[in-house]
Design a protein around this ligand. Structure first.
Ligand SMILES: Nc1ncnc2c1ncn2[C@@H]1O[C@H](COP(=O)(O)OP(=O)(O)OP(=O)(O)O)[C@@H](O)[C@H]1O
Length: 568
């Protein structure tokens, strides 16, 4: 019993110790250990309790067994001797069991005491640990306090510095403020002016839409007025322009009249390399550098002077030649008839001047292109139609170079409309609308001419080729009409073949050429001399060109010569 009381006391002490430790230590791991100790403590309490109850039972059992033994003895005295002996044995057995139980309980109590010692040892260890922890905590707290002290000092220092800095900044701000105040004072008048300006501008902005409306209305009125003035001026200018155009036409005609309706130009063909080497070259032409209308011919020591309207020396280009004839070309737009002849011996450059070569066209193509551009410029007031015919006169018969059959001979007849004009029934006329059309017409003409003869070069030397361009105009404003004709003629070679003793066809060709060329000469002479009778009917050529040679028609004879006249 003393042992149990001691255990109880120890347990109670241990509990108190545990509580004290718990209150001292808040650490989690210690708490866990204490938790375990508590559990152990509980378990020990329970075992102690059960130990107590076992002890009590054993004690009561020892009393009970004694009374039972007495009772059994009593019963044995009273009962039969055999039964009594059995009962005693049973009771002795029970008594032995109980004694064994008691022994077991004592052993258990001993174990518990061992455990209790172990717990006490652990408690002592824990206490030591707690002391160590407390020492560490005290050290840590010392460090913490020292750190706190440092921090406090640092804080005070920083505050001190910040305060000093703030003071100096404050001082600077005060100074700035004073400056700003001064500035503000000086700016006040400017601010007042600005405010006034601002108010003024504000009023103007408010008034702006109204002013804008007014300005737009005024501008509209002014524009309308200007437009009407411009329109009136335009009308006036148009009227003046028309008057000027008429004047220009009159001046142009007057100029042409003064120059004479018949002009003679001379173009000298440069000599080729072969001709240069020719030993027969014997005649020389020379020019007057001050007068482009004079040509000198030196032959056998004699120098002859020829005066013409214009002389083109060998270097003269196709363009230069055309510039001199283009006023004649354009006059057919105004309704004049024009004839341009290329006259000269075979090889003197007639075809070169009229047709030109592929990359350097002559008068024919340039004239058509110029007419196109001129009539385009006059649109839309004028509506023009340009038609083209190509004719060849060979042995005094007319061939339609743009027709289907070259063997058909054309005739020249009086127009049945009673106008007294001549016309050629069956002559093909192509309306050309573009420069491409011109090329097509020329190609067709050349092709027809080439297929009709065995040697085109020879044939072209012995026939006249005519390109007849008719320009018909209609004025869409006035309703007036004009018609002009431009005849571009590449004449047959002018050499006197008849004198060289040609016979047969060549003789007939030569006679025809001579006849038509002298007829042309006669007509030009008669026209120049203003004769009352002009012999147009003496050749097909002059008869065909009658309209274009008479009246106020203009004629240009381009005399082609070679720079050196070859012998023979
Ligand atoms: N001004 C010139 N500049 C350079 N070459 C020219 C010039 N005139 C003519 N020729 C050249 O001289 C040669 C003869 O010219 P072209 O055929 O025009 O003579 P033509 O008088 O028409 O002869 P034909 O009476 O035989 O038709 C051609 O090769 C031509 O290219």
């Amino acid at each position: 019993m003393v042992c149990v009381e001691e255990l109880e006391k120890k347990v109670s002490n241990q509990t108190q110790e545990v509580e004290r430790l718990r209150s001292q230590l808040g650490a989690t791991d210690l708490e866990k250990q204490l938790e375990l100790l508590l559990v152990e403590n509980q378990r020990l309490k329970k075992e102690l309790k059960s130990c107590k109850s076992t002890d009590a039972a054993a004690e009561s059992c020892s009393h009970c067994s004694h009374s039972q033994v007495c009772c059994v003895t009593h019963m044995v005295e009273e009962e039969e001797p055999a039964d009594a002996g059995r009962a005693v044995a049973e009771l002795q057995k029970k008594n032995e069991d109980l004694l064994e139980q008691l022994h077991t309980q004592k052993q258990l109590q001993k174990d518990l005491q061992t455990q209790l010692h172990e717990s006490q040892r652990i408690c002592a260890q824990l206490r030591t640990q707690i002391l160590v922890y407390e020492g560490e905590m005290a050290r840590a707290q010392g460090q913490l306090e020292a750190e706190m002290q440092n921090l406090e000092e640092e804080k005070n220092r920083v505050i001190e510095e910040a305060f000093i800095r703030a003071e100096s900044e404050m001082k600077a701000v005060h100074e700035n403020l004073a400056g700003v105040r001064l500035n503000l004072l000086s700016l006040q008048p400017a601010l007042r002016t600005l405010t006034l300006d601002y108010n003024l501008l504000k009023r103007q902005v408010q008034d702006f839409p109204f002013m804008l409306d007014q300005a737009i209305t005024q501008a509209k009125q002014e524009i309308c007025q200007v437009i009407s003035e411009v329109s009136t001026t335009n009308q006036e200018l148009l009227r003046k322009y028309k008057r000027e155009m008429n004047l220009r036409k009159k001046c142009h005609n007057e100029l042409v009249r003064l120059r004479g309706n018949i002009r003679v130009f001379c173009r000298v063909r440069p000599i080729s390399q072969e001709e240069q080497d020719s030993v027969d070259a014997r005649t020389m032409l020379s020019f007057d550098s001050d007068d482009d209308a004079v040509l000198y011919l030196s032959n056998k020591g004699r120098v002859m002077k020829f005066e013409l309207d214009k002389v083109f020396p060998p270097p003269a280009s196709q363009e230069e030649v055309f510039q001199e004839v283009q006023s004649l070309v354009t006059s057919c737009i105004d309704g004049f008839n024009v004839c341009i002849f290329a006259y000269g011996q075979t090889g003197s450059g007639k075809t070169y001047t009229m047709e030109g070569i592929e990359d350097n066209p002559g008068i024919n193509q340039r004239a058509l292109r110029l007419l196109f551009s001129e009539v385009l410029e006059k649109a839309p007031d004028w509506d023009y139609t340009i038609t083209v015919s190509m004719v060849e006169i060979y042995n005094e018969s007319l061939r339609n170079l743009l027709g289907d059959s070259l063997s058909d001979r054309l005739d020249i007849k009086m127009n049945p409309d009673g106008s007294g004009q001549l016309y050629v029934p069956g002559l093909t006329e192509f309306t050309v609308l573009s420069p491409e059309d011109i090329n097509r017409v020329f190609e067709l003409g050349h092709m027809n001419r080439a297929t009709a003869c065995t040697n085109l070069n020879e044939h072209s030397s012995r026939s006249h080729a005519l390109l007849i361009i008719t320009v018909s105009g209609y004025n869409t404003v006035t309703g007036s009409r004009t018609q002009g004709k431009l005849n571009l003629v590449d004449l047959a070679g002018s050499e006197r073949i008849a004198k060289s003793g040609a016979e047969g066809n060549r003789l007939r060709e030569a006679q025809c050429i001579n006849k038509s060329l002298s007829a042309l000469g006669d007509v030009i002479n008669a026209l120049r001399g203003k004769h009352s009778h002009v012999p147009f009917r003496n050749s097909r050529l002059t008869y065909l060109l009658q309209d274009s040679l008479s009246g106020d028609s203009k004629t240009l004879m381009m005399v082609q010569v070679r720079e050196r006249l070859l012998g023979g």
